[in-house]
Design a protein. Structure first.
Length: 315
């Protein structure tokens, strides 16, 4: 008899690293112009964590409700189906309302345009995890990750911090780094989502879940994964050269390190036993976080002086 699942199994906590990494990347872009803001950045992290948890629980709820098979393949007992329904639905709603409250706080800092982004995130997340056919059960699931964690999260986070103390006045030159980084994080999130399809390739096909890897096959999945790694590295190099950061190549270091991580993952995709593929999912999610963290550290140290008029603890 299958054991009752832990909260980690239900919530997919490692996936939260992708969202946190995207917020850190957006904050890194704001740091380049001296506009990083502690409170908005922290609230963005809290928002993305609870929004992802809500989506993860809701996806589990939809899967169990429709007997799609993923719940069973992850060895989660469905013996008390009604209890599972209630638990997943209530967890999803609880996480959603917390994310909503944080989102309204962010809207009070950024202005009306943040409500548009919030509405888009809600609709896109619902289509990705719910709807008549969740996008995560199609090849477009990876595209959804690209959009949500890439341009939407990175550019939105950067813009929120840039306009935090000057509502309505956006200096678009400050946003340009986030456009580049949004594509970079989007491609990395695309790869991280592909790893789910790669690890669950056989069971997904059995459950009529045709992810991108399921549609193109594992071999082409590996090729796309590796090409994306070189592509986001090239975009980072172009960004650094176009913006004339003049950091003697240090600004390119996070992308190069993450490329080597992706090359390692690609090699493990070829050589590891299939039962160990699931471990690569966590590494793929961590790689997005690593890109955001390293970029934030480097750009915070080497970017323009802090332009904020706010101070904390008298500093």
């Amino acid at each position: 008899m299958a054991k009752e699942p832990s909260l980690f199994t239900r919530a997919r906590f490692s996936s939260l690293l992708t969202g946190i990494g995207a917020v850190l990347a957006g904050t890194a872009c704001a740091s380049l112009s001296g506009n990083s803001e502690l409170i908005p950045a922290s609230l963005c992290i809290v928002f993305v964590v609870f929004a992802q948890l809500s989506a993860n629980f809701y996806y589990r709820y939809v899967d169990l409700k429709r007997n799609s098979g993923t719940y069973i393949d992850h060895r989660i007992s469905t013996k008390s189906k009604k209890g599972q329904f209630n638990f997943l639905k209530e967890c999803s709603l609880a996480m959603f309302f917390i994310a909503l409250m944080i989102g309204l706080a962010l809207a009070s800092m950024g202005g009306w345009w943040t409500l548009l982004i919030g509405g888009f995130i809600f609709v896109a997340a619902w289509l990705t995890c719910g709807g008549s056919t969740p996008l995560l059960r199609t090849p477009f699931g990876a595209v959804s990750s690209f959009i949500l964690f890439g341009p939407v999260c990175v550019i939105g986070t950067c813009m929120l911090q840039v306009v935090h103390e000057s509502i309505g006045r956006i200096n678009w030159s400050y946003i340009i780094p986030a456009v580049y980084m949004g594509v970079v994080i989007g491609l990395m999130s695309f790869n991280a989502t592909m790893l789910y399809g790669y690890a669950n390739y056989t069971t997904d096909l059995r459950n009529s879940k045709v992810t991108l890897v399921g549609a193109v096959g594992r071999r082409w999945g590996r090729i796309i994964f590796l090409l994306n790694g070189f592509l986001y590295t090239a975009i980072t190099v172009i960004m650094c050269l176009q913006l004339n950061l003049e950091l003697n190549g240090v600004d390119m270091l996070p992308s190069v390190i993450c490329l080597f991580v992706d090359i390692y993952i690609w090699w493990q995709m070829r050589t590891r036993p299939r039962y160990q593929y699931a471990q690569l999912i966590d590494l793929g999610n961590f790689n997005v976080f690593l890109m955001g963290l390293l970029s934030y550290i480097i750009f915070e140290i080497t970017g323009h002086a802090d332009l904020s008029q706010m101070s904390f603890f008298g500093l």
